[in-house]
Design a protein around this ligand. Structure first.
Ligand code: NAD
Length: 391
C-alpha cells in the first residue's frame, strides 16, 4: 500500500433536527456572528430567524447578510466581507446550499485580509496573510460537500470565469448536517445537487491522490446515491432517502478534500462561468457520459468498480474492460431516472460560448489529473457529444 495523507474534516454534528444546536456550536468560536445566506432562504422561510433566536440564547450577537445568489459572484463575497468588517464579526455562519457555504468561507477570508476575495483564487495574486475567521455551516442541500471542504467556488462575472479559492484555513470548524432541512429542496435541485455528490465520489477514485480511505468513503457514497437519489427526486418527503443523501454528501465531500475532482468538474466549472443559470450538478450531468467514454479505457479498475456498485454487487479487486465500458450506459440510465440532461446540447447553451468553455476548461487543474489527459479537440468533442457544433 502506498503512502497517503488523510485529513479529517471539521466536527460533523449529523442528525435530524440538529440545527437547534446552532447557538452552542457558534458560541464556541465567537460572540459576534454574521449569518451568510440567500435572500430566498431568509425571506421565504422562518429558518434564519429561528437560528438568530438560538444564537441570542447562547449570548451571540448576530446580523444577516443575505446577498448570496446561486453560483455566487466575487461582488457578493466582497460585500459580505464588508458587512463582517463593519459588524466586527469574530465568527461566520453559512446557512444554505453550496453557494451560501462557499460565500461564508470567502466572507471569513475577506473580513480579515486585504483586497478582493478574487485575489485569493487558485494561482491568484495574493496569499492569505491574516487569520481567517472561523466558519460554522448549516447545509440545506445534499450536494457540494462544502461543509467539509477547504474550497470556496466564486464567479467573476466581468471575466465570465468561475474559479475556486482552495486553502485549508477556509475549512469550516463545525458542520451541522440536518437532513430535515433538505425536505423542501425541489426535485430538479435535488437531482442536480445529488449528482454532484456522485461526481465528487467517483472522480475522487480517479484522482492521483485517491487512497484506500478515499475509496472506502467513495464506495459508500456511491452506493447511497445509487439507491436513494432516485427516491429523493421522486418523493422529496422520503425521510430515509434525505438522510442517506446527507450522509453521501458528507462522505463525498471528505473524498474531494482528500483527493479531488477531475475532467468533468473542469468542464462544468467552465460552463458555470459562462452560463451561471445552469446548476453546477446539471452541467456535470451533461458532460458525464461523454467524459466517461473518453476516459474509461485508462481507468478500467475504477470504472469496473462503478459498474459493480451501480449493479449493487460487491466490489471485486480486478478490473474488467467489458464492465468498465458498460458503466457508461449505467450512468446514462441513472441520469434518465433522475431527469437530468446527459448531453450539453440539451442545456440550451448559446453555441457562441462553447469555444470559450473549451478554453477555460484548461484554466483549472482538474483536466490535468484525469486518467486520460484531454487536448482542446477532445474537450470540443465532449461538448459536442449531442448535436452541437463547437466553434
Ligand atoms: P445552491 O446553494 O446554489 O442552491 C441551489 C438552489 O436551491 C438555490 O436557488 C437555493 O436557494 C435553493 N435551495 C437551497 N436549499 C434549499 C432548501 N432547503 N429548500 C429549497 N430550496 C433550497 O446549490 P448547491 O448545488 O448546493 O451549490 C452550488 C454551488 O456550490 C456552486 O457555486 C458550485 O460551484 C459550488 N460547489 C462548491 C463545492 C465546494 O467544495 N465548496 C463543491 C461543489 C460545488
Amino acid at each position: 500500500m502506498g503512502n497517503f495523507l488523510f485529513r479529517v474534516p471539521p466536527v460533523i454534528d449529523f442528525g435530524w433536527g440538529r440545527r437547534d444546536s446552532v447557538g452552542t456550536a457558534v458560541a464556541q468560536f465567537g460572540s459576534r456572528c454574521v449569518i451568510v445566506t440567500t435572500e430566498r432562504l431568509h425571506q421565504n422561510t422562518p429558518m434564519i430567524e429561528a437560528m438568530q433566536r438560538r444564537l441570542h440564547e447562547s449570548h451571540v450577537l448576530s446580523t444577516v447578510y443575505d446577498g448570496v445568489k446561486p453560483n455566487p459572484t466575487v461582488d457578493m463575497m466582497d460585500s459580505g466581507a464588508a458587512v463582517a468588517q463593519s459588524f466586527r464579526a469574530d465568527v461566520i455562519l453559512g446557512v444554505g446550499g453550496g453557494s451560501a457555504m462557499d460565500a461564508a468561507k470567502a466572507v471569513a477570508l475577506g473580513a480579515t485580509n486585504p483586497g478582493s476575495t478574487w485575489d485569493y483564487r487558485l494561482f491568484g495574486e495574493r496569499k492569505i496573510s491574516n487569520r481567517v475567521l472561523p466558519v460554522v455551516t448549516v447545509g440545506t442541500t445534499a450536494g457540494t460537500g462544502s461543509h467539509v471542504s477547504p474550497v470556496s467556488v466564486l464567479t467573476n462575472s466581468d471575466l465570465n470565469s468561475k474559479f475556486a479559492i482552495v486553502d485549508y484555513r477556509l475549512s469550516p470548524v463545525w458542520a451541522i448536517v440536518d437532513p430535515e432541512l433538505t425536505l423542501s429542496v425541489p426535485p430538479h435541485v435535488t437531482a442536480a445537487t445529488g449528482f454532484d455528490v456522485f461526481a465528487h465520489a467517483f472522480e475522487s477514485t480517479l484522482h492521483p491522490n485517491a487512497s484506500p480511505f478515499v475509496n472506502l468513503a467513495a464506495e459508500r457514497a456511491l452506493r447511497l446515491v445509487a439507491q436513494f437519489l432516485p427516491r429523493a427526486v421522486q418523493d422529496g418527503n422520503d425521510v430515509e432517502a434525505r438522510i442517506a443523501m446527507a450522509e453521501a454528501d458528507t462522505l463525498a465531500g471528505i473524498c474531494i478534500t482528500n483527493a479531488g475532482t477531475t475532467l468533468p468538474h473542469g468542464i462544468a466549472m467552465a460552463i458555470g462561468g459562462h452560463a451561471p443559470r445552469v446548476m453546477h450538478g446539471a452541467a456535470l450531468a451533461a458532460v458525464y457520459p461523454a467524459v466517461m467514454r473518453f476516459t474509461w479505457a485508462d481507468a478500467i479498475t475504477q470504472f469496473s468498480h462503478l459498474y459493480q456498485i451501480l449493479r449493487n454487487s460487491p466490489v471485486l479487486a480486478d478490473g474488467d474492460p467489458e464492465q468498465a465500458s458498460r458503466a457508461v450506459d449505467l450512468v446514462e440510465d441513472f441520469l434518465a431516472q433522475i431527469g437530468l440532461a446527459d448531453t450539453v446540447d440539451k442545456l440550451g447553451i448559446d453555441s457562441d460560448i462553447l469555444a470559450a468553455i473549451v478554453k477555460d476548461t484548461f484554466a483549472l487543474p482538474d483536466y490535468s489529473v484525469n486518467p486520460k489527459v484531454p487536448s482542446m479537440d477532445d474537450v470540443r468533442d465532449i461538448l459536442s457529444a449531442g448535436s452541437t457544433t463547437v466553434g
